[in-house]
Design a protein around this ligand. Structure first.
Ligand SMILES: Nc1ncnc2c1ncn2[C@@H]1O[C@H](COP(=O)(O)OP(=O)(O)O)[C@@H](O)[C@H]1O
Ligand SMILES: [Mg+2]
Length: 364
């Protein structure tokens, strides 16, 4: 049988390095060895690419000695994974599966390299990844597409540095002084750098904190909201799973509530009325198409407890992917078990590459 060679990328330079290792453990465990030859490619926190049998275990244990430094060239005439020292081919890759979250994995930068290299890969392309990652650009596209989002203000770090009191005045005017506000770095994940601000002094602290993590900072009206998530899968005809609900153990879904506090609950299906679930699924698919997503994304909503209105909060184009993560659990509950979900994502990556090959770049 002709095995497809899948390069599984994990680790990486983002704050979600450990989350990525956990996701990759599940992916490597479930990929069907009858169908696929697996090449493990670990990226260290410094950004070094290392490959070899047991690379995941080595990265997890911090013992990298036995691994081979490798690279992927942006040169499609020299394809495949290459030995960094000799330039020799280590493995031809049919599909790359980036099991990476956040910066340098989910934000379009890696996708740019994969496009240059001409290799098929799982998930969204450059634009879908970058817009999905950037909370301000994402919300602007949603608003232009008629998808409801919570009102927000975007600021630059330089404005905060120059005149933080003036910035606070402007935020209070734009958001009608209606505390609490949520302050967020524009490009990050796992709730890092996010604060819920109940007062001017909280806002002051929150702005300084978020400005450590990004040049661009969002401030949003804070809602008293339920958190509903929907998994979307597909390329040009994406489909939505049933919705799930997160019940965070904390005041909001903080880093601790996401990864440390076992009291955070996932409810599948989300206990919401059928008609609302259907409408949110349609909205999730519309949002996915609006940013030209491909492969997969988890689409996260806020459902206002007071008004009953829903708002699209964000999309995650490489969502948490352990067997107990929301993205695969929602598919499992919708009839697609974890190993079949992986097959589907690999098929979609190949389909998208075929689609791309139809495009000509030079006038004939
Ligand atoms: N406008 C808001 N109103 C209420 N809660 C919010 C709001 N924005 C974010 N949150 C809370 O903060 C969490 C993290 O924010 P989110 O925008 O999802 O960032 P991240 O990309 O880090 O997950 C959400 O899951 C939710 O609990
Ligand atoms: Mg989130």
């Amino acid at each position: 049988m002709n095995h497809l060679t899948i390069g599984v990328l994990f680790g990486g330079r983002s704050g979600e390095h450990e989350v990525s290792l956990a996701s990759a453990r599940s992916v490597l465990h479930a990929l069907d060895r009858e169908k696929y030859r697996i090449v493990e490619i670990g990226i260290t926190k410094d950004g070094a690419w290392l490959s070899g049998e047991g690379a995941l275990e080595a990265l997890t244990a911090g013992r990298m000695e036995g691994l081979t430094p490798v690279t992927l060239l942006p040169d499609p005439t020299r394809p495949g994974l290459r030995d960094l020292q000799t330039g020799e081919l280590v493995a031809a890759l049919d599909v790359v599966f980036p099991v990476l979250h956040g910066t340098f994995g989910e934000d379009g930068t890696l996708q740019g390299l994969l496009e240059m290299a001409g290799v098929a890969y799982v998930g969204a392309g450059v634009a879908g990844s970058a817009v999905g990652m950037d909370k301000d650009l994402f919300k602007a596209v949603m608003r232009a597409s008629g998808v409801p989002v919570v009102d927000w203000v975007i600021l630059r770090r330089s404005e905060i540095e120059a005149d933080i009191q003036g910035v606070i005045d402007r935020i209070e005017t734009a958001l009608e002084g209606d505390y609490p506000f949520f302050v967020k770095p524009a490009n990050l994940g796992s709730s890092v750098g996010i604060s819920k601000c109940r007062s001017r002094s909280d806002l002051y602290e929150g702005l300084l904190e978020a400005a450590r993590y990004d040049r661009r900072i969002l401030v949003e009206k804070g809602l008293n909201a339920r958190e509903i998530e929907i998994s979307v899968l597909g390329n040009d005809q994406p489909e939505a799973s049933i919705p799930g609900e997160i019940r965070p153990a904390d005041e909001f879904y903080t880093y601790e509530a996401k990864y440390q506090d076992e009291r955070s609950e996932l409810l599948i299906p989300a206990p919401i009325p059928e008609a609302l679930a259907e409408e949110m699924c349609r909205t999730a698919v519309a949002a996915y198409k609006a940013i030209d997503c491909a492969g997969m994304a988890r689409v996260d909503f806020l459902l206002d407890r007071e008004s009953g209105a829903y708002y699209l909060n964000e999309v995650n184009t490489l969502p948490g992917f352990t067997e107990i993560s929301m993205y695969p659990k929602l598919w499992e509950a919708s009839g697609l078990p974890y190993p079949r979900l992986l097959d589907r994502l690999i098929d979609l990556a190949l389909e998208r590459q075929q689609e791309r090959q139809k495009t000509i770049y030079i006038r004939e």
